[in-house]
Design a protein around this ligand. Structure first.
Ligand SMILES: Nc1ncnc2c1ncn2[C@@H]1O[C@H](COP(=O)(O)OP(=O)(O)OP(=O)(O)O)[C@@H](O)[C@H]1O
Ligand SMILES: [Mg+2]
Length: 221
């Protein structure tokens, strides 16, 4: 489903060069729930961004569903990303002056769905995360766990085959963190959504199928 082949990522600024990832070979199978752990700065977010086609590797290939992505134009890449991936971030990334329902339907705006259809899909996604009764709230009127549930609804509204989550429970207490994990596990088990999750939390990682550890840009497990 998702393959990284001989990936290297170098960040260059005027003065420094950082080798953020070196020689990464990783395959994520359909239906798998994979977690990625490692110390701060070891390259976890960089890896996730490459998987989600938000950034390009300096060397190596990202293959999605058997298709190499290296020769896609920016437009094709954006289309592919919008169709295949749902993203969840530690700090939610909700738009503060949009209601919950409008935040949820954002990924559909890039597609040609009609407004009624978008509202219907967004409402269904909010039902899945137990937040249909907050559709008309603003993000500022929600708890952290509820904000993250909106972010999950937004990630799944377009029915992506892969969810990429960067520390989705990082800002939450353990009870709320486990609630978010329950929702992700449910999506994985019942809808077959493939999930890759970066986490700092061993207990969350233990609930997934497989753990990859990074250290200083290299895969160590
Ligand atoms: N845009 C950038 N420009 C230059 N260097 C970068 C950039 N993004 C990341 N880096 C560097 O690449 C390395 C890996 O960063 P990355 O964000 O992937 O780490 P991380 O494992 O996600 O850390 P954390 O757990 O703190 O989120 C770090 O040394 C970082 O300073
Ligand atoms: Mg990170």
């Amino acid at each position: 489903m998702l393959q990284l082949q001989n990936i290297e990522k170098v960040y260059r600024t005027d003065t420094v060069e950082t080798l953020a990832l070196r020689n990464i070979n990783l395959q994520v199978d359909k239906g798998e729930f994979l977690s990625i752990m490692g110390p701060s700065g070891c390259g976890k977010s960089t890896l996730l961004n490459l998987m989600g086609l938000l950034d390009e590797p300096s060397k190596g290939k990202v293959v999605v569903d058997g298709k190499s992505t290296e020769r896609l134009s920016d437009k094709q890449m954006a289309h592919f990303r919008n169709q295949s991936f749902g993203f969840i971030f530690q700090s939610y990334h909700l738009i503060n002056d949009l209601k919950v329902l409008d935040n949820t339907e954002l990924p559909l705006l890039y597609r040609s769905s009609a407004s009624g259809q978008r509202k219907k899909l967004a409402t269904e996604a909010l039902e899945k995360v137990g937040l249909a009764n907050r559709a008309n709230h603003l993000p500022s009127q929600l708890s952290g766990g509820q904000k993250q549930r909106v972010a999950i609804a937004r990630a799944i509204v377009g029915k992506p085959s892969i969810i990429l989550a960067d520390e989705p429970t990082g800002n939450l207490d353990s009870t709320m963190g486990h609630e978010i994990m329950d929702i992700l596990l449910h999506l994985n088990q019942n809808e077959g959504t493939t999930i890759v999750m970066v986490t700092h939390d061993e207990t969350m990682a233990r609930r997934t199928h497989r753990l990859v550890r990074l250290f200083d840009g290299s895969q160590v497990q």
